[in-house]
Ligand binder design. Structure first.
Ligand code: DGY
Length: 326
């Protein structure tokens, strides 16, 4: 039997590629930038499987360009880049990489929270520039974290992991969920409170955004939301950029309507909203939430196992349209 042809849209950690090469003919974009759309569509023309990234749109045009496609594996937990109903209509299974990046992304959210609260980047800049003149009681005062209220917007896997990590800081936790149903684990472990979005905005000292991007969450954080937050509040986003109206955030930060923001994701990646990079109350990272060696390797092997299962006619471990296997 001939081996299936697979295209990998960007270099991923070797253990994932090794798995694919054991069972398939693998071609790959060797660079570290997304292929121009036309080139990507040409590359997948005769492939049965594609392992791709969140920077690619997997939609009707993509499926049309890959008529032999029998499976698409996303190298990400987020899947707003995939038109899942369209894949299902065409009976093409698609998968994502949940769980293996949960702790890494939650840790990144904490890194941003502390970096903003304790002005880590500003302090680092002063040290490196040689401008520090010695200890002073009023220098670089930040916000305490212990005992403050943490608001989790979207207490799914990653939001819940972040909330559970707050135990050491004895923080009351309030949260929202996409379904509106309470989280058993957060209620049991933390006595956390499920609240409305409005109440979360009003009560939280730190707000961490984990809601997936969909039409209901696009620009959930807009000028009105910032107006309802405490002026001392700090906002962290390691989910998807468009959940925040970034231009409105820049205004809110500039006018100190909220105290600070730590961002890993942006509305129009890789660009940032004008002015964001100039604000000293914002800390900005280049979408590295899942970026630990461990997580990125586990994402690669999970995506590879998923793709090989799909090509073998089996249900992948983390399938986005499991009804295809019913
Ligand atoms: C995801 O998995 O959705 C992240 O944004 C990248 O790891």
């Amino acid at each position: 039997m001939s081996r299936p042809r697979i295209y990998v849209t960007r270099r991923i950690p070797e253990p994932g590629l090794d798995l694919l090469r054991q069972a398939a003919e693998v071609d790959m974009n060797p660079g570290d930038a997304p292929l121009p759309r036309a080139e990507l569509l040409a590359r997948v023309a005769d492939c049965e499987g594609v392992l791709g990234l969140l920077t690619e749109r997997i939609d009707a045009e993509f499926f049309d360009a890959a008529p032999r496609l029998r499976g698409y594996a996303n190298y990400a937990v987020g899947f707003d880049n995939i038109d899942v109903p369209e894949a299902t209509r065409r009976r093409i299974p698609v998968s994502n990489t949940p769980d293996v990046l949960t702790d890494a992304t939650a840790e990144c959210a904490w890194a941003l929270l502390f970096a903003v609260a304790r002005r880590v980047v500003e302090g680092d800049g002063v040290m490196r520039s040689g401008a520090w003149s010695g200890w002073g009681p009023l220098q670089f005062l930040g916000a305490g974290v212990t005992g403050k209220t943490l608001g989790i917007v979207g207490a799914g896997r990653i939001g819940s992991a972040m909330a559970l990590m707050s135990r050491g800081f004895r923080m009351p936790v309030v949260y929202t969920t996409g379904s509106g149903r309470p989280s058993e684990v957060l209620d049991r472990e933390l006595g956390a409170e499920l609240v409305s979005f409005d109440e979360l905005l009003r009560r939280s000292d730190f707000i961490s955004v984990h809601a997936p991007l969909n039409e209901g969450t696009r620009h959930l954080f807009d000028a009105e939301a910032f107006a309802r937050m405490k002026p001392s509040a700090i906002l962290v986003n390691t989910g998807r950029g468009p959940v925040i109206d970034e231009a409105a955030l820049v205004d809110a930060l500039r006018e100190r309507r909220i105290a600070g923001a730590g961002l890993d994701v942006y509305e129009r990646e890789p660009a940032m909203a004008p002015g964001l990079g100039k604000l000293d109350n914002a800390v900005v990272l280049p979408h590295v939430g899942s970026g630990t060696r461990e997580s990125r390797t586990d994402m690669a092997t999970l995506a590879a196992r998923n793709l090989l299962a799909m090509l073998d006619g089996k249900r992948p471990e983390t399938c986005l349209n499991p009804e295809l296997y019913a």
